[in-house]
Design a protein. Structure first.
Length: 263
């Protein structure tokens, strides 16, 4: 698979608005050669739709309601851009964080596709990116379960070097706000990467003082929210990350069960 065909085949709504502009700048003059390589990115796409302009506005609510769910490529590109923002949050790019990004992409997409993605990632990291504009586009076009999956990955990047800085935490928190992620959801995912006495309760988004019945209700609610099927439309490559969140919800519930002595 050529780089041109990977770009052309991977991107849907993300080849528009501020994200499209970032992609266009990242690949530079290479875009001009994509059409010659047989990619549907430039000119008429295989679906027969007209050429997508990377600088076009993001559709309004009524328009985006008619759009299909986020594709794997849209998620992939969004993840690349947000990862570049987090990695630069503390003013440096740690090699362990870069290795984590590359390994995660290799696990999800395979070596060849991961190489293309990382090549784009390296070009994106050289840009000054408006976090707000990128996140608002993602919020408009991406469903909530997929946005939660993005947050899970970003915390994994921050933790990859063994130390999460205040700058990284602040940046991820800012991103979560722009993405429309509630504070409870943010704290739930954050708790999956930290060890503390009340982590299990934070993961289930409840207070330690709630009743046993409330714990059971919270578990059912969170198991539904983080069930891997919720991001099934992104493809099998994203199931592993979703299963990790689901597993941690189960472990949190089991921890509380043992602590309180109920079944």
């Amino acid at each position: 698979m050529s780089f041109a065909k990977w770009i052309g085949g991977a991107i849907g709504w993300s080849f528009g608005g501020p994200i499209g502009a970032i992609i266009g700048l990242a690949i530079g003059s290479f875009v001009d050669n994509i059409a010659d390589a047989g990619s549907p990115l430039i000119g008429e796409r295989q679906t027969g739709r007209k050429r997508r302009d990377p600088y076009r506005r993001v559709p309004n609510y009524e328009e985006q309601r008619r759009r299909p769910k986020t594709q794997s490529g849209d998620f992939e590109v969004s993840l690349l851009i947000l990862a570049s923002i987090v990695i630069k949050a503390d003013g440096k790019q740690d090699q362990r964080e870069l290795d984590f990004v590359r390994q995660q992409f290799s696990n999800m997409y395979g070596k060849e596709r991961a190489n293309h993605a990382f090549e784009l990632f390296k070009r994106v990291t050289k840009q000054n990116i408006s976090t707000r504009q990128v996140c608002l586009q993602i919020k408009q076009m991406m469903d909530h379960p997929s946005r939660l999956q993005l947050m899970h990955f970003l915390f994994g990047i921050a933790k990859a070097d063994g130390h999460v800085t205040e700058a990284e935490i602040k940046q991820i928190y800012t991103i979560s706000g722009y993405l429309g992620i509630s504070n409870k959801d943010y704290e739930s995912i954050k708790a999956m990467f930290y060890n503390s006495t009340d982590n299990a309760y934070k993961i289930l988004e409840i207070d330690k003082s709630v009743s046993d019945d409330e714990v059971k209700k919270a578990y059912r609610r969170m198991a539904k929210k983080y069930h891997p099927d919720r991001v099934g439309h992104l493809g099998k490559e994203h199931q592993e990350g979703a299963e990790e969140k689901f597993r941690q919800v189960q472990e949190a519930y089991e921890h509380i069960q043992k602590e309180r002595g109920f079944k």
